[in-house]
Design a protein around this ligand. Structure first.
Ligand SMILES: Nc1ncnc2c1ncn2[C@@H]1O[C@H](COP(=O)(O)OP(=O)(O)OP(=O)(O)O)[C@@H](O)[C@H]1O
Ligand SMILES: [Mg+2]
Length: 360
């Protein structure tokens, strides 16, 4: 009969276990703690950063699988959670304090970029991450409306612009600086300046994720952003019909041209589930984005159907409603989870950070 593993055996079995945020060895980083092994089983604490919050349950399951594969006769496995502090390193020349910056865009207007961008931001926040959202649609800012925020931004004591705080989500939009009924008239270089200023001069506080809601169409803003910051990647939103897909293909090419990696595609308005008879209607066709994503070698992050409540929540500025509604929540949560997994994957395959020694 094999004897129960010791704490040292458990740590040795987890020698290749990676921290989902950095890909570094979790044991060496001091993220696997308080290991107690006995004949009954194993208890330990897995400490993850708030950036990894969406992957917490999944990472715990993976850890348990590693242990069970190594010690088939293992009894109980109890994994407690803790937060591992790892503050962001200033990003780009402007020194933005965030770990990931994700642009949400498409080539076409009205496909639901802002709805999906706000959904991703709120989903990450709900999972336990520190999140900001920047409305980069200078000419047609819609984030204040979608989030039900009104009024002017004020200035902090150290002369920064104070972002709106919506249940902890930090929100900045040009809509907080101009009269909502007045058009914003800016020439190209001023556009670059406005985006740069909103990124640099907003008192975001330390973030895990900054989500950027992109305007439709041209690459001006993407180009500006790529010059200001090393973006983590872009999410391309599209609807399933061919014309929208053509624009999505252009958007992917545009992001690639300015060296912003494409993290994945989201198909919005995928189908309509009729509340009267439960029948599914593929109004714009269906599955087009998933096929196109496979063709272009871009990950598919999920679909969001046409749902009246999503439109009503948008009009009424009730972002949280998309998550409290049991019909719509799984779609938004699915996209957030897929995005978090994709980020981990990208980091594992392209950016394995060097292992740092633990500082105790
Ligand atoms: N899945 C959905 N079901 C129902 N309505 C939706 C859905 N997605 C978005 N909408 C609605 O469609 C409209 C356009 O959405 P949104 O503003 O997010 O698009 P956009 O791509 O950001 O537009 P723009 O190009 O103007 O920036 C909004 O009224 C929104 O509430
Ligand atoms: Mg928009």
């Amino acid at each position: 009969m094999s004897s129960a593993p010791s704490s040292a055996d458990v740590l040795a079995a987890l020698a290749d276990f990676q921290d989902p945020e950095t890909g570094r060895n979790a044991v060496q980083q001091g993220q696997i703690r308080d290991v107690e092994a006995s004949a009954d089983g194993v208890r330990l604490t897995l400490a993850l950063t708030t950036h990894s919050s969406p992957l917490r349950a999944e990472t715990q399951r993976e850890l348990e699988q590693v242990l069970r594969a190594k010690f088939p006769a293992l009894g109980n496995v109890e994994i407690r959670s803790a937060v591992h502090e790892r503050p962001p390193v200033p990003m780009g020349e402007i020194g933005l304090l965030t770990k990931s910056v994700i642009a949400v865009g498409s080539g076409k207007g009205g496909v639901g970029k802002s709805t999906i961008a706000a959904g991703i931001a709120y989903g990450l926040l709900r999972a336990g991450c520190k999140v900001g959202i920047l409305d980069a649609d200078i000419y047609g800012p819609s984030i204040p409306h979608l989030l039900g925020l009104r009024g002017r931004a004020d200035i902090t004591e150290d002369k920064k612009i104070r972002p709106y705080d919506l249940d902890g989500l930090k929100v900045m939009s040009v809509g907080f600086m101009v009269d909502p009924d007045q058009p914003v008239i800016l020439r190209g270089p001023m556009l670059h300046g406005a985006i740069s200023q909103m990124l640099r001069d907003t008192a975001w506080g330390p973030l895990d994720y900054l989500i950027i809601d992109m305007p439709p169409g041209t690459g001006d803003i993407a180009l500006s952003l790529s010059q200001i910051l090393p973006l983590t990647g872009a999410v391309v939103v599209c609807t399933p019909q061919d014309v929208a897909l053509l624009d999505a293909v252009k958007a992917i090419a545009m992001f690639r041209r300015v060296n912003i990696p494409v993290l994945g595609m989201v198909e919005n308005m995928s189908y309509f589930l009729c509340p009267d008879n439960g029948k599914r209607y593929d109004i714009f066709g269906s599955g087009g984005a998933q096929r196109k994503a496979a063709e272009l070698n871009v990950p598919f992050l999920g679909e969001v159907p046409i749902n009246i409540q999503i439109r009503v929540n948008g009009d009424e500025g009730k972002l949280a409603g998309n998550f409290s509604n049991t019909e719509t929540a799984p779609y938004f949560e699915g996209v957030v989870a897929a995005l978090a997994r994709q980020l981990r994957q990208t980091m594992r395959t392209t950016k394995p950070l060097p292992t740092l020694s633990i500082m105790k």
